[in-house]
Design a protein. Sequence first.
Length: 203
Amino acid sequence: MDYPSKVLSKAVEEIAGLPGIGKKSALRLALHLLRQPASQGISLGTSIQNLVTDIKYCKECHNFSDSDVCDICSDEKRNDELLCIVEDVRDVMAIENTGKYKGKYLVLGGKISPMEGIGPSQLRIGSIEKKLNEGVVKELIFALSATMEGDTTAYYIYKKFKSLQVMFSSIARGIAVGDELEYADEISLGRSITNRTAYNEAG
């Protein structure tokens, strides 16, 4: 498609680089921004710039944060004895939206997937070990997706740390096999956290 402006063409190209947005949708969004007051487009641009330059990862759990330690980890009302293991920051947000969990988190940054070349060394397994060695955590909760990769990751962590004095549990499988946590409805996810079950080698 030919564009009347190189500036417009570049904007469409950048917007179309986002997941799930094609060239037509990108053009529609760009034209929408041009119809709005200039301040709205400038505000959007500033927000995106701040997103990529100012956002931090919590040094305790690896969640997104505005400071070195996120609000969850710095909250003294949270239960330090519960550590919920999730794959992604989106899973933290999904669980927090249920209002049913009052412990802490650790974001792995993915799951073991040989097909994608992702092994344990690429995940934040070392952060789990550090937390467990501090002797505060009493229960490790697996809140990983109900997929083969999610199960493999949970099993690896369990085998690595099962000799330590910590209880292992897993969210109840009210979440369908193959589902990602972020797409689960809040009621089902909340129940799966509340009704979590003991984890063992049989899963």
